[in-house]
Design a protein around this ligand. Sequence first.
Ligand code: NAP
Length: 253
Amino acid sequence: MSQSLPLSGKTALVTGASRGIGRAVAVALAAAGASVYCTSTKAGGCDETVAAIGALPAGSGKGRALVVDVADAASVEAMAKHLLAEAGTLELLVNNAGITRDGLFLRMGADDFDAVIGTNLRGVFLVCKAFSRTLAKAKGARIVNIGSVVGITGNAGQVNYAASKAGLIGLTKSLAQEFAGRGLTANVVAPGFIATDMTAALPQEIRDGMLKNIPLSRFGAPDDIAKTVVFLCGDGASYITGQTLVVDGGMTM
Ligand code: NAP
């Protein structure tokens, strides 16, 4: 039998775990011992993530795939019902699913605004709500919401996205206050520029310009965020709540 890992015995949910940051977070939580439910909007979307978890050393947590559209209340309810029927509990909730629909404000339609708020902010509300009673009952439960530095600084071309991520900070601080008495902590991890499909879509000149503004001289990797999430889910972070931890190579200091 292998040694107990820091998150052994914990059940985790990571939304948007099919690729990018969410996949890295799911694998890192499993490597730390947690059993991890991984979500995508598509059946089979998390196959590679679950396979990567399956390839971890013995004693690591197991990975399971679930389908959910966090922007759809009925879909979130069904996913939560399934998870709780199977696992019985949830201790670690990582709200990572997110989208962009960038465009200058003068050209941004209300549908672009609603779509981004619907997934990035209302989606987090719905998922937190679906598990709030379970998390409040669990011992030492954690919510980690993946925000963005853009929620702090704003960004031209991202009025919708910046509003969603700024809103997430307010949502998280309020949850942290409401649930502190139950020992539940809620924090935001705010990445800077992380190399994923989301940022691969940006034009090369924007990528070059951003790199010049990163004191640590590299784009972040999904693992940089995953390590921070594992820290916030572990014992070392039990006295941290309501915080926004910026992980951006110094870009916005
Ligand atoms: P990504 O590669 O585009 O992956 C997005 C994930 O979200 C996918 O797993 C996708 O699932 C899921 N998703 C999208 N819409 C969803 C919905 N309605 N319901 C459920 N899941 C949904 O993105 P990423 O770069 O890893 O970003 C992950 C998080 O970090 C996001 O919240 C993003 O805003 C934040 N972030 C990223 C960066 C960066 O530089 N990359 C910087 C700051 C913050 P499917 O399998 O269904 O497509």
